[in-house]
Write a protein that binds this ligand. Structure first.
Ligand code: FHN
Length: 514
């Protein structure tokens, strides 16, 4: 790389890492509880996070027992929310834990399956909105210890996944329908509520002093449980929060901020995403000045950015359901669209081509089985990842712009072209970027199929005029898909080597192509 090109890459990276929507220093809104940092985390733990590429999410709790069906009726909301359905009697739901006995649960088997799928991290629901704890918390009786199963499920999960080399993150809902002090103050995303917070006043969800005092008990309880999780499971890498749109939580932003500091002090390196807290004006994910709150952007679930600019240069991940919007186990998938393995793989590659991680959710049943459809999906993804994972792990966005045949990722001077839309003419046309240095040009010096190492023919190799440039100075190459792959319906990866050579030197160009 020339010095000039390197400089422009560095400038571009500096721009991206600072984020784009942020305001000039002298125009910044003074915040007491805004972001604690303006750029990305640069430590080894976060670097490791950045390189995961693919993860697994598991939603498991007592909601797996009804599995989205009650009294012969099917709940079409997310199955883990069934308690809030009018057809589901609350007291019945709150006693389901007395039947929770997943004798088929085998954390080692799940961890092995996740490893085979290619997951490098896993997020596990310790407690969802219903408040049921999958670990024997000493701060409530509504836990697995009081179910017929009795054993500590969180421990089994942390141990089994850690043993497989998969990093563990604990999901924790700050909404807890089981705690008497918990109060749902509404949703900060409602425009009216947001406006009230942004004008500095906020909304007070506590109608009485008594309710406010009770919420203080809930805060103490939440803090205790979080410290307990860090004490019990020191191997975990991070906490994954949910429910923080809740107005009561947002109203307590200063306290939440200090709690975050305490958790980080207790567990150095801890990774917490942007769903944990808001600034004092109720801004979530990014603060009033556009800086990311937390270590990475958790985004709106099940959504991928469309381009790099949209990521604002933040670290980010995307959590995705296999059916439309079912996180917990739903026994009936007949009415919902179910994503195919290739669809999920494409999303994973797209996420990585935009510098994000992709996390696929699983919802085991009440006995502890991962459903057949999910197991098959994991297997198919694993098959593809074992051949093509190099295009994902440890890569970042490439210097190529988005092109019709698929997505590209890069590591050093290797660019991975993941082809999802195979052209009918079996020619993958690659547009290389314009080189910012006027005497230099990018050339492809090598192209092969990642999984088989089969050489990919570069059309008209070595002849003048075999590549062409458009008016903007971008050059194009035609890569001919090898015969065997022409009939294949599987997405594949071509790895190319990209070099810079002196434009005037055709000789050098020809050599570069040999
Ligand atoms: O309400 C939850 C939902 O059940 C699920 O846990 C997802 C996962 O991202 N989070 C919440 C909705 O944002």
């Amino acid at each position: 790389m020339t010095k000039k090109t390197l400089l422009s890459v560095l400038l571009c990276m500096a721009f991206l890492t600072q984020g784009m929507a942020q305001v000039e220093k002298n125009e910044r809104i003074p915040l007491k509880h805004g972001a604690h940092r303006t750029g990305r985390r640069t430590d080894a733990d976060m670097q490791r996070w950045r390189e995961y590429g693919l993860g697994q999410f598991i939603h498991w709790g007592v909601y797996a027992i009804p599995g989205g069906v009650w009294n012969g009726k099917t709940y079409t909301g997310a199955s883990e929310w069934i308690r809030s359905w009018k057809e589901m009697p609350k007291d019945v739901y709150d006693n389901l834990y007395k039947q929770f006995n997943p004798t088929r649960f085998d954390a080692k088997r799940w961890a092995k399956q996740a490893k085979e799928m290619g997951a490098r991290y896993m997020i596990f629901t310790t407690k969802h909105h219903d408040g049921f704890c999958m670990w024997p918390s000493k701060y409530t009786d509504y836990t697995v210890a009081h179910s017929p199963y009795k054993k500590d499920i969180v421990k089994e999960m942390v141990d089994a996944y850690t043993a497989e080399g998969i990093d563990v993150y604990l999901y924790f809902s700050i909404i807890d329908w089981s705690h008497p002090g918990y109060l749902s103050g509404g949703n900060i995303n409602s425009p009216q509520v947001k406006r009230a917070f942004q004008s500095g006043g906020g909304v007070n969800p506590f109608e009485t002093k008594e309710k406010e005092e009770k919420y203080e008990e809930f805060k103490a309880f939440t803090r205790n449980q979080l410290l307990e999780l860090l004490d019990n499971y020191p191997a975990i890498k991070g906490l994954w929060f949910d429910g923080s749109w809740d107005v009561a939580w947002v109203r307590n932003a200063p306290w939440v901020d200090s709690l975050g500091i305490e958790l980080r002090e207790k567990h150095p390196g801890l990774i917490i995403g942007s769903r944990f807290r808001s600034d004092e004006y109720g801004n979530r994910h990014t603060d009033a000045n556009g800086y990311l709150i937390g270590d990475y952007d958790q985004r709106y679930e099940r959504s991928l950015p469309t381009n790099l600019a949209e990521t604002k240069g933040f670290d980010w991940d995307c959590v995705m359901t296999i059916p439309e919007n079912q996180w917990g186990y739903h026994r009936d998938w007949s009415w919902t669209y179910v994503k195919t393995p290739y669809e999920l793989i494409e999303m994973a590659v797209k996420a990585n081509s935009l510098d994000g991680n992709f996390v696929i959710n699983f919802g085991p049943d009440g006995d502890g089985n991962i459903r057949k459809e999910e197991a098959e999906t994991a297997k198919e993804i694993g098959k593809w990842m074992s051949k093509n994972g190099t295009a994902i792990y440890g890569t970042h966005h490439s210097v190529l712009e988005k092109q019709d045949w698929g997505y590209s990722t890069q590591k050093g001077d290797h660019i991975y072209l993941s082809v999802f839309n195979k052209p009918m003419n079996n020619i993958v046309r690659i547009k290389l970027p314009r080189n910012n240095h006027k005497d230099m040009i990018y050339v492809i010096t090598k192209a092969e199929i990642l999984s088989t190492k089969e050489t990919v023919r570069i059309n008209g190799k070595g002849q003048p005029g075999t590549y062409y440039r458009d008016k903007s100075g971008s050059s194009y190459y035609d890569l001919i898909i090898p015969k065997k792959l022409q009939k294949s319906t599987e997405p594949f990866v071509i790895v190319i080597e990209l070099k810079e050579i002196n434009k005037g030197s055709l000789e050098a160009y020809q050599q570069a192509l040999t």
